[in-house]
Design a protein around this ligand. Sequence first.
Ligand code: MD6
Ligand code: FE
Length: 217
Amino acid sequence: MTLDLFDDDDGARQAVETLAEGAVVLRGFARADGPYLMAGIEAVTGSAPFRQMQTPGGRTMSAAMSCCGPLGWVTDRRGYRYQPTDPLNDQPWPAMPGAFRGLAVRAAEAAGYPGFAPDACLINRYQPGARMGLHQDRDEQDLSQPIVSVSLGLPMVFQFGGARRQDPVIRVPLAHGDVVVWGGVSRLWYHGVLTLRPGDHPLTGDCRYNLTFRKAR
Ligand code: MD6
Ligand code: FE
């Protein structure tokens, strides 16, 4: 793992860890924005509530999800896709809060991806026992743009593998405020998160939230 340092807005030194070519963790990058991001999650999920979606194979995902921005990611028996409306009410997804977009663009830039223009933000909520198995993020049309992934609340272990499901994985603990930015050659690599353990976080209580920003079209 490579360590680099950058100065944040207050001049504090921050760590950048390289996970693979194209993929970095910006430790604590979103910590100061935590309360604004939580307020955004509450606003979005007031109109597009968290729900546990079905996989095409008929299983219920253990993480609960919502979306904001022009496009939302959904899964049901018909498959995985992006769509402009919430299937619960056929209304457009809530707008992406300004604090969300601003953070995502700054994080992408700090990681070497200037000009990030996300059109979709997936919000995952994990409660104790929830996990996400190894998967690829490959439903986006524009694979030249990175994904920006923000962790809030309880810590969780991220697994990061390779181009094939059976490739070896590294385990990366992600804490409140950490941001993973990932594109380039590792954009389609397999990844997931291990089961969330119980805990209590001052901002999020018994949950971990993850925001992933994508350019889907
Ligand atoms: C999570 N994250 O951290 C799940 N995907 O809860 C993802 O699946 C993910 O963090 C693509 C890029 C970054 C990610
Ligand atoms: Fe993913």
